[in-house]
Design a protein around this ligand. Structure first.
Ligand code: FUC
Length: 887
């Protein structure tokens, strides 16, 4: 039987009801079969941190596009580079073949940016930019194809009638489903990606009164995402073979010979399973389950083998043979059986729900409209005709979607979420679908602490630990090299040792790339290591385990700080005389290469503060480091300067206004998506630094930057306006995000002309930036006070949120009506003083009760001494509805 040859037209009738679990994305038709992750994509993502799948839910034919997170070209053995594929020579972690010697640049730069010239640019290009040889790309693993043959419901030989089709991604259960009726039969499919079982399953069943016509008939086939390959240096195409109901896909990447294996085990109740050379056919079954798992021989590297030369011995391979890999994945699925599917699903639900259900969020909306229709109807210019219930629902749904996507792309033992989480259908995706550390990877993890998912940061810590091997070399050769004048006693191989200090630059792959990017004007970002370390600090701030923090997180943060104790420079004359500055310094992606840009001074200030705070909180005895940091911090050139001309935060410290020459006009800087000089306002703290005296300058800067931007930039602006305390302005950015930068499956989009016809392509940071932004609008704690509803937009009139976390690890539940807080419950993470602020506390005549006792507020703040795990219920004069928190 060859179902695949059938060309059946499907007539969809009926209107499926909305799913019962309100937090679902849902649709009344299958997704597009085009896998391009553009604006029109409506396939639904599932993932378990390591494996990902996009579910289309076609009726007669469906295809799941699959990913395995380590299927990367490049690295050792690889030749492919991002822009110049092939023939770049041996992989060298991006390091320029000659040791950079940037004294010449420094000599020019120390005079000030006015010295910037094409000559300097030429020097930069020769000496400080990285090498793209072997950078690689995150690859498409392939496709699972299911060809169904529905026997009933036939209208004619080539048309069937399908009733009440519904496809949904249920965020509450972490499951994707398809359900429809043909004739008397209801077909249901469930798709889930299990972390505990390390497998993806598709479970298909048919139910009907009529036992003769309701069976499942399908052919299962697999197509590799790669069309060519190489194993043991011998060119060979990927291989698909089937045996005993299991299909195996094996291959080696064409570029670097990375071995990969995927297995697809087909299991059925009743019916017959027939295995042919490459496919598995199921006939007349009541239900069918297909399990998929995959692996590669990739292994991350964390240490330098003794006495080795860096470039030769870091292989990034497990050393397993193809047979060994195959038996590993077969063992993985061997215990998974059709009969055991419900336990498999239960194990997944228990694991997933334990994370997801910690936070509940409700803005009072109803999910009555299919998501694609609701998105198309989303009103940005609302008069009476907007469906505000549907808008509130989408806004709450997008918040929870961010949490769902992080749970699905970042679990202990996996690589961190890359630019597309784990979901990538393209073999040459935008920016290689890599790890960008001049904003993007940072933004991916902003929501983790407040969203009560602090353990999801673990893959990031693990990954950064691996970058330290090469990141120390980067720090020494690309950064301390500057300071040879006053750092002559640094041994040439200091970078080989723990404690040397590390950094990375703008982007990295999974093979230790830490050098500068392949063009200096975007590639130079020496403070990237300091910046991404802020995300690790979140683990401690938001209630992570202290012992785990000291073991896995602190060493990375510590060395990111050490790097800057060594790399700062103190000029003896000129504009910055007597102050420590970053040099050469760059404001990510625009402006000249110069000295002491605001963003880099702010990031150094922050990593020093973080290191000092960790040492204090955890009683870490490192007095030499502490003294060094304190000294450098005291003499650091001011990270925050306000222009007397414009009243804005200055992006380049030596220029009163923005640069308007040297390749960057003020207009371009204004429109640029990066908000570099506000990095110290959000996510950092140097601009607010305990008070709000710089607030006007921040607002002016944000006003000047404007509200239109690409997806992730809107995400950042939501957070920034939330910190300003302007909920309505943050909401305007939310509207822009909905209006411009969301796909039909609610994936965040980057404006990208070259990758998709509609000019937009999926980039996940916009999703995570939004989720973090909503948290920031509802709760802030960076000033040491729990600020409840600090930036609530007028349109979020009533709502509730439970389970979000504050700095200090406390868990908060809140309810509000008519734009005002009615009650809040704080569950204390540890003993200590807690201070709580809300706008309403400022008003006269408000009765505030704390655990039933009236308390008074001073300057809108109430304070109390808390005990670990105790609950503190604050009720204002309106009705009290006690809330509970999920821990
Ligand atoms: C940064 C941004 C780009 C893009 C890339 C992945 O460099 O400037 O817009 O998001 O990362």
């Amino acid at each position: 039987m060859s179902f695949a040859d059938r060309n059946i037209a499907v007539k969809l009738i009926g209107n499926a009801l909305p799913p019962c679990n309100k937090f679902s994305l849902w649709y009344r038709q299958p997704a597009t079969t085009d896998t391009t992750l553009s604006k029109s994509n409506d396939a639904l993502p599932i993932g378990n941190g390591r494996l990902g799948a996009m579910v289309q839910g076609g009726i007669e034919f469906e295809r799941l596009q699959l990913n395995e997170e380590s299927l990367w070209s490049g690295g050792p053995g690889g030749e492919e580079s991002q822009y110049k594929r092939g023939n770049q020579g041996k992989y060298n972690f991006g390091f320029n073949s000659q040791n950079p010697d940037i004294d010449e640049i420094y000599q020019k730069l120390k005079q000030g940016a006015s010295e910037y010239s094409m000559t300097t640019q030429g020097v930069c290009e020769t000496w400080i930019q990285g090498n793209d040889g072997g950078y690689g790309n995150y690859k498409n693993f392939g496709y699972l194809e299911l060809n169904y043959m529905h026997k009933s419901g036939t209208l004619s030989a080539d048309e069937i009638e399908v009733k009440n089709y519904r496809r949904e991604l249920d965020l509450e259960d972490g499951v994707c489903r398809v359900r429809y009726d043909i004739g008397e039969t209801t077909y249901t499919r469930e798709y889930l990606a299990s972390y505990p079982d390390n497998a993806i399953a598709v479970h298909i069943s048919a139910n009907s009164e009529n036992a003769d016509t309701d069976k499942i008939n399908l052919v299962v086939s697999v197509t590799s995402g790669q069309s060519n390959g190489k194993i043991d240096n011998v060119l060979q195409v990927p291989k698909v073979s089937a045996q005993d109901g299991t299909i195996t896909l094996t291959g080696g990447l064409h570029d670097n010979g990375l071995l990969y294996v995927g297995v697809f085990k087909v299991d059925a109740v009743d019916g017959t399973i027939t295995t042919s050379e490459k496919t598995v056919t199921v006939t007349d079954a009541n239900s069918v389950t297909v399990y998929f798992t995959a692996t590669t021989d990739y292994k991350n590297e964390y240490t330098l083998p003794d006495g080795s030369e860096l470039f030769e011995l870091l292989t990034y391979r497990t050393g397993e043979s193809m047979d060994e890999l195959e038996s590993r994945v077969l063992d993985n699925v061997s215990t998974l059986t059709h009969e055991g599917y419900s336990e498999f699903a239960n194990r997944h639900r228990a694991d997933y729900s334990a994370l997801f259900r910690r936070v509940k969020f409700d803005l009072g909306g109803e999910n009555n409209m299919p998501t694609d229709i609701a998105l198309a109807d989303y009103g940005t210019d609302c008069n009476a005709d907007c469906d505000t219930s549907s808008m509130r629902m989408l806004e709450a749904l997008l918040y929870q979607y961010g949490r769902y996507l992080l749970i699905s792309s970042s679990r202990k033992g996996s690589l961190p979420a890359n630019l597309q989480g784990v979901w990538n259908s393209d073999n040459f995706p935008p920016w290689a679908s890599d790890y960008h550390t001049n904003i993007n990877l940072q933004m991916n993890y902003w929501a983790a602490g407040g969203g009560n998912m602090v353990e999801l940061i673990e893959p990031l810590a693990e990954y950064l630990k691996s970058l330290m091997v090469t990141g120390r070399y980067t720090a020494q050769k690309y950064c301390y090299a500057l300071n040879t004048l006053d750092n002559t006693d640094a041994p040439a191989d200091a970078w080989k040792h723990d404690g040397a200090g590390w950094t990375t630059h703008t982007s990295s792959n999974i093979f230790g790339f830490t050098a500068t990017g392949f063009a200096w004007y975007w590639g130079w970002a020496p403070t990237a290591g300091a910046w991404i370390s802020q995300n690790l600090y979140q683990y401690l701030q938001y209630g992570g385990d202290n012992n785990i923090f000291i073991r896995d997180y602190w060493p990375i943060i510590r060395e990111a700080a050490i790097m800057w104790t060594k790399a700062l420079y103190m000029p003896t004359d000129g504009f910055w005389a007597g102050k420590y500055v970053v040099v050469p310094s760059f404001s990510p992606e625009h402006g000249p290469l110069t000295v002491a840009t605001a963003s880099e001074q702010q990031l150094v200030w922050e990593i020093f503060k973080i290191a000092l705070d960790c040492m204090e909180q955890l009683d870490i005895d490192d007095s030499a480091l502490r003294a060094d940091i304190e000294d450098k911090l005291a003499k650091l050139y001011n990270p925050v300067n306000i222009s007397p001309v414009t009243g804005r935060i200055m992006e380049w410290t030596e220029s009163e206004d923005e640069f308007n020459s040297n390749g960057m006009s003020a207009d371009t800087a204004q429109g640029h998506r990066h908000l570099n000089h506000l990095v110290g306002f959000y996510p950092g703290t140097s601009i607010a630094n305990g008070d709000l005296s710089n607030l006007e300058a921040v607002k002016k800067t944000l006003e000047w930057k404007g509200d239109v931007a690409t997806g992730w930039s809107m995400g950042w602006k939501i957070n920034l306006w939330a910190r300003v305390g302007d909920g309505n302005r943050a909401y305007k950015l939310i509207q822009n995000l909905f209006d411009i930068n969301l796909a039909k499956n609610m994936f965040g989009l980057h404006v990208l002309q070259d990758y998709a016809e509609d000019g937009y392509y999926f980039q996940i940071d916009a999703n995570f930036g939004y989720t973090a932004g909503v948290q920031e609008m509802l709760l802030q704690s960076h000033l040491g006070i729990l600020d409840l509803l600090p930036a609530l937009p007028t349109v979020w009139e009533s709502g509730s949120i439970e389970g979000i976390r504050t700095i200090g690890g406390h868990t908060v539940a809140m309810e509000w009506t008519s734009g005002e807080l009615t009650s809040a419950t704080i569950t204390a993470f540890a003993d200590g003083d807690i201070r709580v602020r809300n706008e309403k506390f400022l008003r006269d005549g408000i009765d505030i009760k704390l655990n039933g006792m009236s308390v008074s507020a001073t300057n809108g703040i109430i304070s109390f001494v808390a005990k670990e795990n105790e609950r503190y219920i604050i009720v204002t004069s309106t009705a009290h509805h006690e809330l509970t928190c999920d821990q």
